[in-house]
Design a protein around this ligand. Structure first.
Ligand code: AHM
Ligand code: MG
Length: 298
């Protein structure tokens, strides 16, 4: 049985990066414990104008405090904050981007949610996804699971008695047929509608929970596509490039999958601002290529 530290020791990660990854991964413990006391919605909105859940706010403040105290990180960009937080006393050049609690509308119904993290080693949280040094998410489901890449394949760990043990890896995303799409059907664009009918006609199976990180985890294991498309009234979709698309896309790519906005590889896009929104198609490689072909035709 390999634990997280033993796995990291076999990679080319520097000691401070190993320390940072472990520190973040272990925050799954206090975050899980905070669920019961943080079931309600807060009276506040995040940088995208969405109402925050109490656990969004709690997780954001908690992880930010832990990272600031560690002095391992010089920049933190969070889905829950308008501005990037900087630490002038940091002793490393890591920048962390995070969605502290993704899928927060599901907290009150006890469905699977998670924490999404990306780490850059260039000190700049507004970098392209392809430049990530590491990406990971912790999933709060029946098990607490960590999915991690340090740029050398994707590995999945499970948390038990305060320790992460390697369950699977390197993970390869298969060419499956699961699909799920956000956005109201009446607002879908022609291109998106055409793709969804195509996958439905091919026998695709619908899987959409309302938690990107949980829906992606299924796609990672079984193959298929998660979509949050551009809609007629919202050409940039709903999800954010920096906190959601890039870390998840980097993991997808490391598992042999792809991420696109329908026209281009999202990992190549330079973020304009922390709350930069984008349509997202992420999943099995051939499915994403096919979606890009459909978008080119229409
Ligand atoms: P959140 O980060 O505030 O939870 O918002 C992002 C979530 C995704 O996890 C999920 O896929 C999507 O929003 C669901 O949106 P919708 O309810 O419009 O389908
Ligand atoms: Mg989110």
């Amino acid at each position: 049985m390999t634990n997280l530290r033993e796995y990291l020791d076999k990679t080319d990660c520097k000691n401070d990066l190993k320390e940072l990854i472990e520190l973040i991964a272990m925050q799954a413990v206090p975050i899980r414990e905070a669920f019961i006391a943080n079931q309600s919605y807060a009276d506040t909105e995040n940088a995208s104008g969405e109402q925050q859940a109490a656990l969004d706010v709690w997780s954001d403040e908690h992880i930010t405090r832990i990272l600031m105290e560690s002095n391992l990180v010089c920049e933190i960009a969070s889905e829950e904050k308008t501005d990037i937080v900087r630490n002038s006393e940091a002793k490393s050049n890591y920048a962390v981007v995070m969605d502290p609690l993704d899928g927060s509308s599901l907290i009150q119904v006890n469905l699977c949610v998670g924490t999404i993290i990306g780490i850059y080693d260039n000190g700049n949280a507004l970098s392209r996804g392809r430049d990530l040094r590491a990406a990971m998410y912790m999933l709060y489901g029946p098990m607490t699971v960590l999915t991690l890449t340090v740029g050398d394949g994707v590995y999945i760990f499970a948390l038990k008695d305060g320790e992460y043990t390697l369950m699977q890896g390197p993970v390869t995303m298969p060419e499956g047929q699961l699909y799920g799409s956000g956005g109201l059907k009446k607002d879908w664009t022609k291109e998106h509608e055409e793709y969804i009918s195509e996958i439905e006609n091919k026998g695709g199976k619908l899987r959409y929970s309302g938690s990107f990180v949980a829906d992606f985890h299924q796609i990672l294991k079984y193959g298929g596509v998660y979509c949050y498309p551009a809609t007629k009234d919202n050409k940039d979709g709903k999800l954010r490039l920096v906190f959601e698309a890039n870390p998840i896309g980097f993991i997808a790519k490391q598992a042999g999958g792809e991420i696109s906005d329908g026209k281009q590889n999202l990992l190549e896009v330079l973020p304009e601002k922390p709350s930069h929104k984008t349509p997202i198609y992420v999943g099995s490689r051939n499915i994403i290529k096919n979606i890009e072909n459909i978008f080119k035709k229409i």
